[in-house]
Write a protein that binds this ligand. Sequence first.
Ligand code: AMP
Length: 115
Amino acid sequence: MKKNIFIDILSGKSKADIVYKDKYVTAFNDINPVTPVHILVIPNIYIKNLNYINNNHVILLGKMLLASSKIVYIKNIYKSGYRLVINCNKHSGQEIDYLHLHILGGCFLGKMINL
Ligand code: AMP
């Protein structure tokens, strides 16, 4: 597999500002935050993106959401509000081929899409 920064973070080869870790997921601050709180939650096993999930991943996906709900509490944005985003492929702007969930918060986010 070609070099993947999130795999390197998980293995400890690359540094990240880890804010949460358990048996299923790891979460760290985004290196280029777009909001005051911008955290990425990734599974501890490799999944390329949402197109590659199957029944075996159901618990893991739930764990990603559960971890997010703990993190927003730790970061004290659970009351003010936040947004969870998962990008997939070109039209979403997905840069890193490793399933990850963005937690965005700490400021007014506005409407997601202005239609
Ligand atoms: P996406 O566009 O959904 O693929 O998001 C990838 C995110 O990973 C971007 O918000 C990047 O800023 C972030 N990112 C890239 N490299 C790192 C890194 N070494 N540590 C933390 N976040 C990173």
